[in-house]
Write a protein that binds this ligand. Structure first.
Ligand SMILES: [Zn+2]
Length: 509
């Protein structure tokens, strides 16, 4: 009995030390005011039902919260203060206590923006959201990521998992539940979805209240979403272009875009109006112009058909009004365009089929508004979508190709790590395609052909060249998937479509 008691006391001391370290971490990284330190520590004690405490003087020099949080959770489990499967929930609660309340954070953001500009304020906010564990940077850094065939390919290992049934139920909340959906502003601090550490900042778009938040499992640097304060359906119309421009006027180092507002060709949350964006550029931002055109009414703008596997047009101008006018002309023309010989039907018994996905960045040329032409029509042969990834590529990617992927950053499912690992082993040993991954027949055929040509068929290969070949193959398939999404397979058809909308060829010099 005494030995047990001693063990418990030792574990409790570890809990106290971990809490002391986290409180000190929060003063250093989360701007926890020293005057709030005892108060915050006491709220953590309340969370764990602790009624006594012996100061340990423990500190933390960690830059990310992962290690001190893990130490706390493991000590809490050992002491019986929480269950093994409750660790993520307790971690969320602890970090929620240690984070600034939304109003204080927004004031801080506003001060920074006034003193040092919008981008410096965003940088601060991003670092804050990493430091308070909302953005899971350590998880993101584990995702494989490489460039191939002009695209960036990542395999996303971060799949949030529900640790309790209550949270799973909350996540599946139907309309009328609380919050109404997973991106509603009411999620800020909501324990039911482990959003205690979510912090947002207000943004005005077109004079309406929106807000910005970073993505916990972002796909690229400072990836976030801009969300309408109102829970209204996704839409892309003339106002959308102005909204996107408003955003980059304030945050010119970010891009912001909008998924096509139709199912199967865009985002998963169509019920709530929102945009996606963030720092850095995506491969399509660097695509060259295949052909340039212009609109006589807007001579200060250049319209480029992109040399890109999908169908995309870029409107370039320093004039907001020209960007909006041309984008709206192209949008209206596209959503009403039908060409049966190309399989394009703009509307059928199931409603509208064509949609535009716009995305804007600011460069030295001015605004660059990319317009990606999408269509979600189906046929007997392609019931999942004529312009969706075709079935032979589904082992690699079956989900809809949204805005980020259409711009050349592919997010492939985590299961590929195991599957491609088996394929890699088989290629290294010179074996056959394993049964467990027999659906990768196309990839296997292409890989063995390529490696065979290098080393002679029927023999094993060194692991480094197999890995390089697999990455190259993934890039090649992603290019073909983008090709599937192209509504005009031949760029001269895109030019014909634009001429039909009133645009003219750029005068040759
Ligand atoms: Zn919502």
């Amino acid at each position: 009995m005494n030995a047990r008691l001693e063990a418990d006391e030792a574990s409790l001391a570890q809990v106290y030390a971990a809490i002391d370290a986290l409180v000190q971490y929060a003063m250093r990284r989360l701007e926890l005011d020293v005057r709030d330190a005892d108060w915050a520590r006491n709220r953590i004690f309340e969370l764990f039902g602790l009624e006594s405490y012996a100061p340990t003087g423990a500190t933390s020099d960690d830059w990310l919260p992962d290690e001190p949080l893990t130490r706390l959770c493991e000590a809490a489990v050992k002491t019986g203060l929480c269950m093994q499967d409750e660790q993520a929930d307790y971690a969320d609660a602890v970090m929620g206590i240690l984070s600034m309340p939304p109003a204080a954070l927004q004031n801080r953001f506003g001060d920074l923006e006034r003193d040092r500009g919008g981008m410096a304020a965003m940088r601060w906010l991003y670092d804050y959201c990493v430091a308070n564990n909302y953005v899971k940077q350590a998880v993101l850094e584990r995702n494989p990521r490489f460039d191939a065939h002009g695209l960036t390919v990542t395999i996303n290992l971060a799949k949030p998992e529900f640790t309790t049934m209550t949270k799973a139920a909350a996540s599946n909340a139907v309309a009328g539940g609380y919050p109404q959906c997973t991106i509603c502003h009411a999620n800020e601090g909501f324990a039911g979805r482990a959003r205690r550490t979510l912090r947002t900042v207000p943004v005005q778009l077109g004079g309406e209240p929106w807000f910005w938040q970073f993505s916990p499992y972002g796909y690229f640097d400072q990836h976030g979403i801009c969300v309408n304060m109102r829970h209204i359906p996704m839409r892309v119309d003339r106002d959308t272009f102005g909204h996107l421009l408003d955003f980059v006027d304030r945050f010119p180092g970010y891009f912001l875009g909008c998924n096509a507002a139709l199912p199967r060709i865009g985002g998963s949350v169509l019920a709530h109006d929102h945009y996606q964006g963030g720092g850095g550029t995506l491969p399509m931002h660097h695509a060259k112009a295949w052909k340039a055109m212009w609109l006589p009414d807007c001579p200060d703008a250049r319209v480029e058909i992109l040399d890109w596997p999908g169908t995309a047009v870029r409107v370039v101008s320093r004039s907001r009004s020209s960007i909006i006018a041309i984008s709206e002309i192209i949008r209206e023309a596209w959503i009403g365009y039908t060409n049966l010989s190309l399989g394009i039907v703009c509307e059928d018994g199931d409603g509208k089929r064509s949609a535009l996905s716009p995305s804007v960045i600011v460069t030295e040329r001015g605004y660059e508004m990319s317009l990606i032409l999408r269509n979600n029509g189906v046929s007997a042969a392609l019931p999942e979508g004529i312009f969706h990834a075709h079935p032979e590529f589904w082992p690699i990617k079956q989900e809809p190709i949204g805005l980020i992927e259409a711009q050349g950053l592919f997010i492939l499912p985590g299961r590929l790590i195991r599957q491609l690992g088996e394929i890699e082993d088989a290629l290294v040993s010179g074996g056959a395609l394993p049964r467990s991954v027999c659906e990768f027949e196309l990839e296997w055929r292409e890989l063995t052909a390529r490696l065979g040509a290098e080393r002679g068929a029927g023999r094993g290969h060194d692991r480094a060249s197999v890995r390089a070949a697999i990455r190259d193959e993934l890039g090649s398939i992603c290019v073909r998937i983008l090709g599937n999404t192209a509504v005009f397979k031949d760029k001269s058809r895109t030019a014909d479509f634009l001429r039909g909308s009133g645009l003219c060829d750029w005068p040759e010099k």
